[in-house]
Design a protein around this ligand. Structure first.
Ligand code: TRP
Ligand code: SF4
Length: 400
């Protein structure tokens, strides 16, 4: 049976901040309970843009993993690994590169956008052009069904779907496919075989998507199918060849966007962050010095919360009653900005306390993190190897 796999990667940026926590990590923590999750340090991806000054990728990766763990990502539920330690990603990337038209890569929106934005470096490189294909390999090598990403990454997932389709189209055809598929259906028993045939006809002749979904569910439940047969039947249901690679779907998170201290997006490069391991005093200081509505020069000046980044934090952290209090106090000059900020300081300190505590053992003993990642690398390699065996065989590179 295919379990439903979820995969996501993050570039190694060192220690993380509250924006990562609200935008990404809280979601990962939820997903790990429901699915087989693979979360990885995308260290090769960092090189696609930062090859001139990569810094200490190893250390930044481990620091980042500490913050995943501190946020509640659980290595007994999810597989945490490092991309470069699973070299099969590179092999799949290479093989896919043989069949990926350059035009597809040039048309990925981030290609031109990033080249225009990151003017301080030369991004007219082979690696940077191929970066979405590397990402496709990351995803496809685990037959991931869902990929939690931000809006900006959606075209990359769409690209990965197209690559998977092309690969299956080119290499999913095998001699005697129809016969093999029919033999596989028979193995499911007469009753199920009839049902499956009916649903396939409904889909192929009348385009009934529901029938296809039901047929796929039947395959998922069927215990006695080999992986090869399952791939054949998946393809056969849709009138095509074997489905060796799975087409992934983006999983968009509708997380409340946590603004930075200046009201812009929270980002290290803007210097407006609160780190996940920020000490309580530092949190207080950062919030206390946050800019507010510039109209409130004196305590008696009335303000407009909508023009104030502190208000945005109330929207994330405060209940209705607190929000009402802040809003009214601001617009009537009933409270000062420091009063208004106090509940935010407390809420963030309370949120960060358990995170800091969970990080501590890993900071005291870094071998703990290294072992978690080593274990994850091994598990990931095993899954990647399963896919690669079939990929090599389909292309004719099995050498057995
Ligand atoms: N490209 C992603 C980013 O820059 C990171 C990434 C690499 C990724 N491979 C991935 C995300 C695979 C999801 C799935 O943020
Ligand atoms: Fe901002 Fe609150 Fe001050 Fe109003 S009272 S300007 S919302 S910090």
């Amino acid at each position: 049976m295919y379990e439903t796999r979820v995969l996501s990667g993050m570039r190694p940026t060192g220690s993380l901040h509250l924006g990562h926590y609200h935008g990404v990590l809280k979601n990962w923590v939820k997903l790990q309970v429901e699915y087989t999750c693979l979360f990885f340090v995308a260290d090769w991806h960092a090189l696609t843009t930062d090859y001139e000054k990569p810094g200490d990728l190893n250390q930044s990766g481990l620091d980042m993993v500490i913050d995943w763990l501190a946020s509640g990502v659980d290595p007994s539920q999810a597989i945490l690994f490092v991309q470069s330690q699973v070299p099969e990603h590179a092999e799949l990337h290479l093989l896919l590169s043989m069949m990926t038209p350059i035009g597809w890569l040039e048309r990925v929106p981030t290609y031109k956008d990033q080249q225009e934005k990151l003017v301080d470096r030369d991004l007219s490189t082979y690696g940077f052009l191929g970066y979405p294909l590397l990402q496709a390999a990351d995803i496809l090598i685990y037959r991931s069904k869902f990929v939690p990403v931000g809006e900006d990454q959606v075209p990359h997932i769409e690209f990965a779907r197209e690559v998977a389709r092309r690969f299956n189209h080119l290499y999913g055809r095998e001699p005697g496919f129809e016969e093999k598929a029919k033999a596989a259906v028979k193995k499911m028993g007469t009753k199920k075989a009839r049902l499956l045939n009916e649903m396939r006809t409904k889909f192929l002749e009348h385009g009934e998507k529901e029938a296809l979904a039901r047929a796929q569910a039947m395959l998922d439940e069927q215990q006695n199918l080999s992986r090869g047969d399952r791939e054949r039947l998946y393809g056969w249901l849709e009138g095509g060849g074997k489905k060796i690679l799975v087409e992934p779907e983006a999983l968009l998170t509708e997380a409340a966007r946590l603004p930075g201290l200046d009201g812009q997006k929270m980002s290290k490069s803007y210097g407006n962050t609160i780190a996940l391991r920020e000490e309580p005093e530092a949190v207080a200081k950062k919030i206390k010095t946050m800019p507010t509505d510039p109209a409130r020069v004196k305590r008696t000046d009335k303000g407009t919360p909508e023009k104030c980044p502190v208000w945005s934090l109330h929207l994330v952290y405060s209940d209705e009653e607190k929000k009402k209090w802040a809003h009214k106090g601001c617009t009537t000059a009933g409270i000062g900005c420091l009063d208004c900020k106090q509940p935010i300081i407390e809420a963030i300190q309370a949120e960060l306390k358990p995170i800091r505590e969970r990080a501590q053992p890993y900071l005291d003993d870094p071998t703990l993190v290294k072992n978690i990642v080593a274990d994850g690398n091994e598990k990931a390699r095993k899954l990647a190897e399963e896919t690669m065996r079939e990929v090599r065989e389909a292309i004719g590179l099995a050498y057995t």
